[in-house]
Design a binder for this molecule. Sequence first.
Ligand code: CTP
Length: 396
Amino acid sequence: MFKGKNVVLGVTGSIAVYKAADIASKLTQRGLCVDVVMTKAAMQFVTPLTFRSITHRPVVTDMFEPASEFSVEHVALAERADVVVIAPATADAIAKLAAGIADEMLFSTVLATRAPVILAPAMDVGMWQNSITQENLTKLRSRGFTIVGPGYGRLASGLVGMGRLIENEEILGIIYHVLGRKGDLAEKQIVVSAGGTQEPIDLVRYIGNRSSGKMGYAIAEAARDRGAVVTLVTGPTALPALSGVDAMPVQTAEQMRDAVLKATAAADVLIMAAAVADYRPATVAEGKIKREADTLNLELVKTSDILADVKGDIIKVGFAAESGDMIARATEKLKKKQLDLIVVNDITAKDSGFDTDTNRVTFIGRDGKAEQLPLMLKLEVAHKILDRVVALLAGK
Ligand code: CTP
């Protein structure tokens, strides 16, 4: 979906430059055209050949290169960029950008561009904490630059502190978020629920389910990449946080209900991919239940139906985890919960449903028509769901 978009990846002289090779690779794999611009200091750490081999494009290093693809390089690069990313961005690079110094190709490109600029700082903790660096960043932020990171951890010097280049997944998330701003869901508020809820029995035990959260996270990621403002109401999962997405972590069905009702107050769309517990223990035992009695009965009470409780002018998409007579049962759910679309999952199939990366689903719309999709990656299923959401929004 990002085919034809141009990224300028600026690389400056930090020990973290090796991580930029992975960023260049991931962006290229997504179909983006990546022009790497290296500073002289960056070339002390790695050679342009690394990036040229990854991006299959010439690497820009010298402002005064006569025979180059770009006529007046910094202007040409600056104009065609949809986003400029500097990762890693050293304290020196940040200072130059803040001062408007354009003594290298990368800095003159940034000065000339109208594209959004993302900086991922990486430096020693002392340099990071220095008020000069902080003032420079404040200035750049006020000019619309997006600063991502740095992270906390072990630094090349051996010290532990702030200054590590933030994880690549986070940098990539921000890049996709920025590139998606003008997508077909631009400015739409979408609430996605994901993962399974946990209903406490006592201090250490709970009733849970096998949901991994992968489907919901894939929907949130895809919606973000298409320009939506995404709120992700998530039960506990082992998945990494999504950058550019507003997360509301919850544990129980009741907490999920509160979070979804709050988040949907001003939203255009709700997609409930979460596996919400239908029953919870009537009371939560104090401390830890002792292993004494031969039998133990838990009294369970019904939780509220979150999807049914969300009312108003909002598009509602539900999931139906089914076995057996799937279509009839899912159609019943669609009507009962007043949904615009229901996504039916066969939970008995090995390659779809819980904790897999793929899914085989059937869509049922308000007209009762069923559309069966082939086996796909969950991210592809997510985009198919969003295609239907775009059509539903257009038909409103
Ligand atoms: N759902 C919900 N609140 C609940 C239970 C389910 O909002 N308390 C949502 C799910 O997120 C899903 C849809 O309703 O989008 C259908 O969930 P599913 O578990 O398939 O159906 P149930 O309504 O729970 O019915 P049953 O378990 O009897 O099949």
